[in-house]
Write a protein that binds this ligand. Structure first.
Ligand code: FAD
Length: 473
């Protein structure tokens, strides 16, 4: 039987389900096709489960140093099955929340694998969706006026370093590990690699990170990358930058040995497991793109500023279009796409206002240009920087590494970027995001009176430091 909709969304991840809610709020008849579980990667294999594990690791590591706080705890041990149980409970609870939101919005959730058909008896234009149902029943046909492709992404692997789920894992397999390895080599020092390195180290695993670029977190401000590398090394994590993994020399036995070219020299790295975190690739296969004019470039669907593909009634959002592959980006793109469909004339996304976070220990958060990017773009910049070690609340927390850094246009006093490394900075970056949205100057940031004692005082002080006027320096 064929059903008609205003909008059908292919994929119920963060991008897809948020778009569906906005469509329902705007009075559109909407269905979400989901082959797995509503919530997608972020809820089941990304943001939430990884942060649940990171929090357990942080509690474990802090408890081990509890004497520093005057709290005597003997024999601190880890029950990793309980760690996993807690993580699963959190994701289940949030999953039920998303299901409830779908019911509340009267959004049809079709459980199955959706494909876009070309022109057919149902429609002269490509866009009818055929759903291969998870329950084995006959395919359902959905006839929408508009389609949003939100099929997300999957981990990329390295040629020769095939994922076997045993020796070689991606974050997908690592998230469901039943026990911790004694040692691990993490290939890739980007956001996911560094979060795992920090977490596994805090759980007591011996960690080595191999990064191809000349620094970890290569898209962050240079000073932030450098500080992170210093702090992780200080903790005992081995970090090798400029390392190109040579997969053909892979050896497996008691553990696994991989080889890497490091500055022209071949080096071996052995561990119980290898975690490959070298980016993600868009899910563009088998969804019927060949039945449309939709263009795929470098593996990602090509869209315009309102997320329309070459077929103007078919939109694409989230990880499947590449760019910043983040949950909050996917959901915001979904909202813009739906509002455009509904004729609401939304403002296009401004990616320079997107905050990016790394939830390692210490955390990293940033918005806007790095100092290097600003200079490359021709700005003459002034910088304000303030260290957490001069912030009372950071000392109270017992976490005083890191800093806040403001990058400002010397000519106009415009805030070009804000970069933070240190305790709870992922919860502080939105102040900087708001300052950028409101075009605030460092003066205005500094005169937003920051309560004492809080970590946010570092933002106010860094803003004062732009003109050499920080107080506690
Ligand atoms: P997805 O969430 O991947 O959802 C796509 C959905 O489409 C899936 O549910 C899939 O089953 C479904 N689907 C695919 N094809 C079909 C089809 N043909 N028919 C039906 N259904 C289909 N981002 C952050 O912002 N913060 C973080 O802390 C963070 N941590 C992360 C940690 C890890 C380990 C990983 C891997 C990612 C993390 N991310 C984080 C990234 C974030 O998860 C993604 O950017 C986000 O999930 C993208 O949302 P999406 O809707 O585009 O795709």
């Amino acid at each position: 039987m064929a059903k008609e909709y205003d909008v059908v969304i292919l994929g119920g991840g963060t991008g897809g389900y948020v778009a569906a809610i906005r469509a329902s709020q705007l009075g559109l008849k909407v269905a979400v096709v989901e082959k797995g579980k509503l919530g997608g990667t972020c809820l089941h294999a990304g943001c939430i489960p990884s942060k649940a594990l990171l929090r357990s690791a942080e509690v474990f590591a802090t408890t081990k140093r509890s004497e520093e706080f005057g709290v005597i705890t003997n024999d601190v041990t880890l029950d990793f099955s309980k760690v996993q149980e807690r993580k699963n409970k959190i994701t289940d609870q949030l999953f039920r929340g998303v299901q409830h939101l779908m019911k509340q919005g009267k959004i049809d959730v079709i459980e199955g694998f959706g494909r876009i058909l070309g022109p057919s008896i149902f429609s002269p234009m490509p866009g009818t969706i055929s759903v291969e149902m998870n329950n084995g029943q006959e395919n359902e046909m959905l006839i929408p006026k508009y389609v949003i492709i939100a099929t997300g992404s999957r981990p990329r692997s390295l040629p020769g370093l095939e994922i076997d789920g045993n020796y070689v894992m991606t974050s997908d397999e690592a998230l469901v590990m039943e026990s911790l390895p004694k040692s691990i080599v993490i290939v890739g020092g980007g956001v996911i690699g560094i979060e795992w390195a920090s977490m596994l180290h805090d759980f007591g695993v011996e960690v080595t990170v191999l990064e191809y670029a000349d620094r970890i977190l290569p898209t962050e401000d240079h000073e932030v990358s450098k500080e992170m590398q210093r702090l992780l090394k200080k903790k005992g994590i081995q970090i090798v930058t400029g390392a190109k993994v040579l997969p053909e020399t892979l050896e497996k036995g008691e553990g696994i040995t991989i080889k890497a070219d490091h500055k022209g020299e071949t080096k071996s790295f052995s561990a119980e497991k290898v975690l490959v975190s070298v980016g993600r690739q868009a899910n563009v296969e088998n969804i019927g793109l060949e039945n449309t004019e939709i263009v795929v470039e470098k593996g990602n669907i090509v869209i315009n500023e309102y997320f329309q593909t070459k077929e103007s009634h078919i939109y694409a959002i989230g990880d499947v279009i590449g760019g910043l592959q983040l949950a909050h980006v996917a959901s915001h793109e979904g909202i813009v796409a739906v509002e455009h469909i509904a004729g609401e004339q939304p403002a296009p996304m401004d990616y320079s206002l997107v905050s990016k976070c790394v939830y390692s220990n210490p955390e990293v958060a940033s918005v806007g240009f790095t100092e290097e990017e600003a200079k490359e773009k021709g700005f003459k910049v002034k910088v304000g920087k303030f260290l957490f070690r001069a912030i009372g609340k950071a000392l109270v927390f017992g976490e005083s590494d890191g800093f806040v850094k403001l990058v400002v246009d010397e000519a106009t006093d415009d805030l070009l970027g804000v970069h933070m490394i240190g305790p709870h900075v992922t919860d502080m970056i939105s102040e900087a995001g708001l300052a950028k949205v409101l075009d605030a100057t460092p003066w205005e940031v500094a005169h937003t009176i920051h309560p004492h004692p809080t970590l946010s005082e570092a933002i106010g002080e860094a803003a004062l430091a732009v003109d050499g006027k920080a107080i506690h320096t």
